[in-house]
Design a protein around this ligand. Structure first.
Ligand SMILES: Cc1cc2nc3c(=O)[nH]c(=O)nc-3n(C[C@H](O)[C@H](O)[C@H](O)COP(=O)(O)O)c2cc1C
Length: 302
């Protein structure tokens, strides 16, 4: 009997939809699997393009894991052989629509005791968001079997400029004709079909134990030390900002402060801290760094 797969995702620009289309294509063409695609939407849509104020206003709730109402949606089955979740990090956390979906009791019941594969498309910082997804899936008793993280491979500062240009203007072209196109490259989106083929093989055998190892060998997740380092520090600081802003009556003023803090932290503080780390700490911590990388590549929750 043909296997049944649910691919549920959110997207604003269409990037995640394109990823889901390429990624799931081999499941249908090679093994004749039935793939049901469901695009979720917030009841109150987020703006796109964003204004700067609206963009940063999404931070406190994304980071705290607050929920929003989603447009009602239905699925055809009450049990699937595999559920694929396509998401994007917002401020190092699952985007609000996906974080909310994973806390919906009906969706939690649907994915209970079910293999889940997550696929994300982001600028380059997905580690913290994936750790939060791991926790949400564990709370639903779902079984995370695989993870693929697609990123913009350009330099961290180049992609910071281009993502803000994309998000704040809605244009996915080359800023000033100089910068590269923002987002995950078209080649990487198309190549996600290779990962889909691997998932398809494991789905046919109903063998999930070794899926992530194989995906890692194929380059489905690639951890760059300096980004992991920044994320680990930033994740903790974002939580503090989120708590302070959510508990304050001066939300707008604090969000402006957070915006400048973030830009200074990324552009001024991070390079200095990374340099100090490279000279004084990193050379002596190679074993620990290797363990951290292996943990974040994996699908297990500490
Ligand atoms: C509010 C907001 C916050 C974001 N935060 C991050 C982030 O923390 N890390 C990252 O790599 N990308 C971040 N991005 C980029 C998204 O992960 C994603 O790549 C982009 O929004 C396009 O996704 P979509 O069109 O499929 O929704 C952010 C985007 C938005 C709109």
């Amino acid at each position: 009997m043909s296997k049944k797969v649910l691919a549920v995702y959110f997207t604003q620009t269409g990037q995640m939809e394109s990823i889901i289309d390429h990624f799931t294509a081999p499941l249908v063409t090679i093994s004749g699997t039935t793939v049901e695609k469901v695009r979720i939407s917030p009841l109150r849509p987020f703006p796109f393009p964003w204004t700067s104020q609206e963009f940063f206003d999404a931070m406190p709730e994304s980071v705290s894991g607050a929920t929003i109402d989603l447009e009602p949606f239905s699925v055809k089955e009450n049990k699937y052989d595999l559920v694929i979740i396509g998401y994007q990090p917002w401020f190092l956390s699952p985007s609000l629509p996906i974080g909310s979906l994973l806390q919906q009791p009906t969706f939690m019941a649907l994915i209970k005791n079910t293999p889940v594969v997550t696929i994300s498309g982001c600028r380059n910082m997905w580690i913290n968001a994936q750790e939060k997804i791991k926790k949400l899936l564990a709370a639903a008793d779902a079984r995370l079997c695989g993870n693929i993280a697609l990123v913009d491979r350009h330099n961290n500062y180049t992609s910071l400029v281009t993502i803000l240009y994309w998000m704040l203007t809605g244009k996915k072209d080359r800023k000033w004709g100089i910068f590269p196109k923002p987002g995950v490259s078209d080649e990487d989106i198309a190549d996600s079909a290779h990962f889909g083929k691997t998932v398809s093989d494991h789905l046919q055998k109903n063998e999930w134990e070794h899926l992530q190892t194989q995906l890692i060998q194929q380059g489905a997740v690639q951890i760059r030390y300096h980004l992991m380092f920044i994320e680990r520090k930033a994740g903790r600081l974002f939580s503090i900002w989120s708590k302070v802003i959510r508990g304050s009556k001066k939300r707008s003023a604090l969000l402006v402060a957070f915006k400048y803090y973030l830009l200074i932290a990324l552009c001024v503080a991070a390079p200095v801290i990374l340099l100090v780390d490279a000279l004084l700490f990193k050379p002596f911590l190679s074993k620990r760094i290797k363990q951290q990388k292996e943990y974040y590549e994996g699908v297990y929750l500490k």
